[in-house]
Write a new protein. Structure first.
Length: 375
């Protein structure tokens, strides 16, 4: 992964190159940025530049790093037990899956990783067994270059025991060692780790960055790419999710219609059956559906207040009358409706029980839709 292949982040790339060229590479750095901005790939490109830019056999070096086959480059990432790894999982147990994951999609999310290794109904972690492996790798001399590099993805999922075992190594590295921590949630990182790193802040991608990526890499129509880029706030992963939503919109429509019909009737059995059905789908499908539902409620509000020129989404599933539905979405319930759905997304992302979460939000949506407008 070369710097030239990175989308956006030109100023950060220039700073990182200068630090290497001038020999001022801090031994522990924290790359902190938002989801969908490509920060893991940026860290990967930086590691490649550190290892290869001043290497006499740079072409061979670049190829080894690109193929994830360089002996001085190591990765740590959240894992958990699955059907194959039954106990004490560490990153090395999932190296084949990781190689495929990091090379397949520049903007893949932590949830994509969980699904890749079959732990999408669990929370990943960087546990204490991982610390021993990190120490072992980083205490050895570099095989081919000056540096040994450890990229630790999602250090916010590191527990306190692991952090304590790594503190001395991070403070007093053996030889030329470089730790690159890559986080999307800096506030959740253990303070003793955070305080020992130099933070490199990565901003969100621009709307133009996202639009051009959709056009150039995914062959999306320019008009559609522009519309999506405005809606995702620089998050390429979210842009891809919206494209998936478009493909699944027919199914989402049917699920939404069944959901609100059960809510209008206050039919608990119907809502339980709906939650059971939704729970059989993967986590990303559930999240995408709930985000779709937020869009529908917002569009309903716009039409209710006669802002039809801003409305672009309609439901036409199973004879559902969108014109009748919009009367129940108004200024006195829209914030509660959206907040409850956002809260459900939050809990599902953190591996809560989807059946309970979806049934709970269904009951709250029922109450919200029955809340009458008071002039």
């Amino acid at each position: 992964m070369l710097f030239d292949e990175i989308l956006g982040h030109d100023r950060v790339i220039e700073h990182l190159k200068n630090s290497v060229d001038s020999g001022k590479v801090s031994h522990a750095q924290m790359f902190s940025g938002p989801e969908g901005s490509g920060i893991l790939q940026l860290a990967f490109a930086y590691a490649q530049y550190v290892l290869c830019s001043q290497n006499k056999t740079s072409e061979a070096c670049y190829k080894k790093v690109s193929d994830l086959n360089h002996p001085d480059l190591h990765f740590v990432y959240p894992v958990n037990t699955n059907t194959v790894i039954k106990s004490k999982p560490i990153s090395r147990d999932f190296i084949k899956e990781w190689q495929e994951f990091i090379l397949d999609d520049k903007f893949a999310s932590i949830q994509d990783w969980y699904e890749k290794i079959g732990i999408d109904k669990k929370a990943g972690r960087i546990g204490v067994d991982e610390a021993a492996d990190i120490v072992k790798n980083m205490m050895l001399k570099a095989y081919e270059g000056d540096f040994k590099i450890m990229i630790i993805w999602m250090p916010e999922l590191m527990n306190i025991q692991t952090a304590n075992k790594l503190l001395k190594l991070i403070e007093e590295p053996s030889g030329k060692s470089l730790f690159i921590f890559v986080t999307e949630n800096e506030e959740s990182i253990i303070k003793t780790i955070l305080s020992r790193t130099q933070i490199v802040y990565i901003k969100r991608l621009s709307d133009d960055n996202v639009k051009n990526y959709l056009i150039d890499e995914l062959n999306i129509d320019a008009t559609k790419a522009a519309d999506i880029s405005i809606r995702v706030g620089g998050n390429v992963r979210e842009a891809k999710n919206l494209l998936i939503e478009d493909e699944e919109e027919g199914r989402f429509q049917e699920l939404f219609v069944d959901w609100v019909r059960g809510s209008f009737k206050a039919d608990i059995k119907m809502l339980i059956d709906w939650a059971d059905l939704m729970a059989t789908n993967g986590k990303q499908f559930q999240i995408n559906f709930l985000k779709y539902a937020v869009r529908v409620f917002r569009q309903a509000l716009l039409e209710n207040y006669e802002a039809k020129e801003l409305s672009f989404l309609k439901l036409e599933a199973k004879g559902f009358r969108f014109e009748s539905f919009i009367k129940f979405v108004h200024g006195q319930n829209i914030f509660d409706l959206i907040n409850e759905i956002d809260l459900a997304i939050f809990h599902i992302e953190r591996n809560g029980n989807p059946r309970i979460i979806l049934l709970d939000v269904s009951v709250k949506i029922t109450r919200g839709l029955h809340k009458k407008y008071k002039a």
